[in-house]
Write a protein that binds this ligand. Sequence first.
Ligand code: CTP
Length: 473
Amino acid sequence: MHFLITAGPTREALDPVRYLSNRSSGKMGYALAAAALAAGHRVTLVSGPTALPAPPGAAFLPVTSAAEMAAAVATALPSADVAIFAAAVADYRPAHPAPHKIKKTPGALTLTLEPTPDILGSARAAGFSGLLVGFAAETENLLANARQKLLRKGCDLIVANDVSGSATGFDADDNEVTLVFARGPDRPLPRASKLALAEIIVGACTELMVPSPSMSLPPASYLPAAVDAARQAGALIKANYGSDLGVNETLQYDLKLELDVRAQALITDILLAAFPQHAIYGEEGLAGDQSSDFQWIVDPIDGTVNYFYGIPHFCVSIALRRGQDILLGVIYDPMLDELFVAEKGGLPTLNGKPIRVSPRAHLAEAMITVGFSKNKESIDNGMRRFSRLLTQVRKTRMLGSAALGMAYVACGRLDAYIEEVISLWDVAAGILLVETAGGRAPLFVKDAALQKYSMCCSNGLLPLADIETEMGG
Ligand code: CTP
């Protein structure tokens, strides 16, 4: 793999002889470069000024300022698989560096500083979809600040270190850090040399890129069948979109199409042909061996009413669970040809590219989708909640497909999806997508006998605890 690593401080010129900088020695970044090289990876090291020798074997790009570092990173980022930003980039630079040496004058000298480019923070916007690792040097609230930084900058991993003491952190040979993962529990590491820590960090990156056998549940063979079933059913419903549709049943607020049944039959055939011992639990009924530990949860057309009215927003949703454990989820939008895939322990993707939830933490900037179910109590509850949220959030949307709503939360297009009464087939794949993308998707039992649930899923940052509590959390 190709590791791009930034290291060292940057220097921001005040005049031709003076600069603003910090105490970074570059030791951590250079140790990471050495560890990645030792593990057999290709390394590009972009380094600010340090006293350290360039690691033999690395492509070495020396820079001085934050702007130069940003430019060097931009050249290497498109070919990198892993980007580790260990540099202590100056956050500000003199807005008007003097062309000549500033002469001493009596009285105070006032400097105007302007922000430097946030190199780590703009990697995702620049289209980088590989593994993104940042460092957080904090003097207070280490883990909370590190997690905020992780979400804000779209990282997969933040290496958090407390720089309030002197024995570790800047310029020291040892360090004591906690690995804060986007998907997975924090991992505090004991105090160790920067080289030893670098080996652990490079190892963690390699594991995240190539999930270990214990993480890569389920076995890969389940996924191709699920994707095949979702794509084939998607093609069937797309081919019939806009044609005269047979309506099987019209309920007070809902309808069921003959095509729902045909699409589920197609999915059932594909899945049971591959896994004859498994069970199917779908919106259009049960099939297979219902005593099986493995259950495919299928919604052949999520958004049937949209489909019927010619609104091109609907999808196929398929999840596989073993017991209560959802192992994989696939959501396919045939109109946009968008395939969302999540596997337990892996990185969720949209058309093969990793996705993550949005970093928006305030309701005022949030885009929320809600759904209303078909009974009076849930409509009343939903309306009360909806009118409260309407005044607090930037925008609300009623999109008509729970599964796509959750897929959109998982990829950061939406910030939350809330619905009082839904069925498992509406949300099973979405739950795994949102959770593996770093969000929250708690499922609350609404009516155990009718197998109805409530869902308040979000990027995990919005203050929606009151809604979760109302729903029974
Ligand atoms: N970083 C960067 N470019 C910058 C500033 C920081 O790439 N201009 C990277 C660092 O290499 C590090 C991470 O961002 O991996 C954390 O930097 P920090 O300055 O602590 O983050 P900020 O978002 O500036 O947060 P804070 O408010 O804590 O300064």
